[in-house]
Design a protein around this ligand. Structure first.
Ligand SMILES: Nc1nc2c([nH]c(=O)n2[C@@H]2O[C@H](COP(=O)(O)OP(=O)(O)OP(=O)(O)O)[C@@H](O)[C@H]2O)c(=O)[nH]1
Ligand SMILES: [Mg+2]
Length: 320
């Protein structure tokens, strides 16, 4: 099989949290579609070197800080590409279309209104998801759990999974209602670790499928207006999440973890391989994670950290 064409692309974010997109000329491959500026790596270049060169050539700006966002392997009918996408956090100069291409700053939640090449869907997901996914631990005392949730929301948490496998459906719904109200008020999104039908009772942002629910489904159980996430542990479960058109997954356990001591950890190398070659969507690393693992996860192509111990449980929260 021929090697994929290596392409570096930039999601350039400004102070208003808008991202820069540019329009491909009509007479080239994928012509007329919007894209993230960038281009092919020269044979001697790393992804970041190519990114800096292409962005200067196409937009006339100099990148000063960027971090890996995600890497997408995509097969078009006529070629395979590996898109190495970076999130640009700082740059010098004022971008303009140096090659005559239209460029536009777009709010993140408006990206869905533009037509991009097929490979780009995960980039749009990655840009609209945060880099931390908090999973609830002990909620035996609902008032105490609400207090803890409020603390996390105040500290900036934007994506929460309500996971209470031992609660009855009725008690789960009661708690979920209260969680949803608090999350909505804080502009955060709540996913229910529950049967997808529960969204009819509690209008949360989405569903997080356990490994078992994931494998039992034949098609995406919720509409595109809801988030669908799943717990994956191996290539088979990741492929099933891809088949169901999930929006993101957790991959676990990356490291040994106190909540699932029996599970064999994947390790960082396997995490990277599964993210790059199997998952065609954002992946949160789960299992033994600390908030300080974020930079390493970015470097391996992951979306960010997920966890219970160092995120929900206050006592074990690490100073970083
Ligand atoms: N830059 C960029 N390329 C993308 C995106 N999505 C996507 O599928 N691609 C594909 O990746 C390839 C990038 O090639 P390119 O035409 O931008 O490369 P380039 O800037 O080096 O152009 P050149 O070869 O004309 O000098 C194209 O096949 C393009 O369709 C994206 O968001 N940004
Ligand atoms: Mg280009």
């Amino acid at each position: 099989m021929p090697h994929p064409v290596l392409v570096a692309a930039a999601a350039i974010i400004n102070d208003q949290q808008e991202v820069l997109i540019s329009k491909r000329p009509h007479d080239v491959d994928q012509g007329g579609l919007w894209e993230f500026p960038g281009g092919k790596l020269a044979p001697y270049e790393t992804g970041y070197q190519a990114l800096k060169r292409e962005i200067h050539e196409e937009l006339g700006i100099t990148l000063t800080r960027a971090r890996p966002l995600l890497r997408i392997n995509h097969a078009y009918p006529h070629k395979k590409i590996l898109l190495d996408v970076w999130k640009v956090e700082s740059f010098q100069g004022e971008p303009w279309g140096r090659e005559g291409q239209p460029v536009r700053w777009v709010k993140l939640d408006e990206l869905v209104n533009y037509s991009f090449p097929d490979a780009n869907k995960p980039i749009i997901q990655a840009l609209t998801l945060p880099d931390e996914y908090v999973i609830t631990g002990d909620c035996n005392d609902p008032d105490h759990a609400l207090e803890r949730l409020q603390e996390l929301l105040t500290a900036g948490a934007k994506l929460i999974q309500l996971r209470q496998p031992t609660l009855s459906e009725e008690d789960f719904c009661l708690l979920a209602e209260r969680f949803q109200e608090a999350c909505q008020a804080a502009g955060a999104r709540l996913l229910l670790n529950a049967a997808p039908e529960l969204l009819k009772k509690v209008d949360a942002a989405g569903i997080h499928l356990t490994g078992q629910r994931l494998m039992a489904l034949k098609e995406r159980p919720v509409g595109q207006d809801k988030l669908l996430a799943a717990s994956c542990h191996d290539p088979a479960s990741i492929r099933q999440a891809v088949k169901l058109d999930a929006d993101f997954i957790t991959l676990s356990p990356v490291l040994p973890t106190t909540t699932h001591p029996e599970a064999a950890p994947l390790g960082w190398q396997r995490f990277k391989e599964l993210v790059e070659y199997e998952a065609k969507m954002p992946v949160f690393a789960l299992g033994g994670m600390r908030p300080s693992d974020r930079q390493r996860i970015f470097a391996l192509g992951g979306q960010g950290v997920a966890g219970i111990s160092h995120f929900w449980d206050k006592d074990s929260r690490h100073p970083d």
